[in-house]
Design a protein around this ligand. Structure first.
Ligand code: ZN
Length: 84
């Protein structure tokens, strides 16, 4: 599927409804935008660790409202763990 659109003065562009529906990019979906110098690619936002920016083994800690990787979580647990 390919369609032509004009970029607005403020840099915004609307994604056609049928493309959004086809790809699951619904209103409110967080996305990552990257450029390789020729193309701009939009992908669903990958949650990253708040501390090291890894996107591997991420868990969301609802009480703290943050994403953390299991490696950093284990380091924090180790740092606060007492020996008693
Ligand atoms: Zn981490």
């Amino acid at each position: 599927m390919e369609k032509s659109k004009k970029i607005q003065k403020n840099g915004s562009i609307s994604i056609p409804k049928d493309m959004r529906f086809e790809t699951g990019f619904h209103s409110g979906t967080a996305v990552d935008i990257r450029s390789d110098g020729e193309k701009i690619v939009i992908t669903p936002h990958a949650a990253a660790c708040r501390f090291c920016a890894s996107i591997e083994d991420i868990v969301f800690v609802d009480d703290c409202k943050l994403h953390i990787c299991k490696s950093c979580a284990n380091k924090i647990i180790k740092a606060v763990k007492t020996d008693d």
